[in-house]
Design a protein. Structure first.
Length: 78
């Protein structure tokens, strides 16, 4: 029974975006393992509190990730 675990910084993605992630990740795995395992494929989305995820030794906030998605460098003015 496949388990897909996704970790995100809280407050970045909407409930609908997380639903889409779960659906699409399941679809991708089913395309490999076969339709019969769709019902057994589990997706868990964990949200990490803002500031509790670090890259390169620097803690990232929800705003940093939103800025990155918009093409900005995190922690920098536009």
């Amino acid at each position: 029974m496949p388990l897909i675990n996704v970790r995100l910084i809280e407050g970045v993605f909407t409930a609908d975006q997380k639903r889409q992630m779960a659906e699409r990740l399941t679809d991708t795995l089913v395309s490999i393992e076969g339709e019969n395992l769709r019902a057994a494929t589990t997706v868990i989305i964990d949200e990490v509190p803002s500031g509790c995820w670090a890259m390169g030794g620097r803690a990232l906030t929800t705003q940093d990730v939103i800025d990155m998605a918009a093409g900005k460098r995190p922690g920098r003015a536009a």
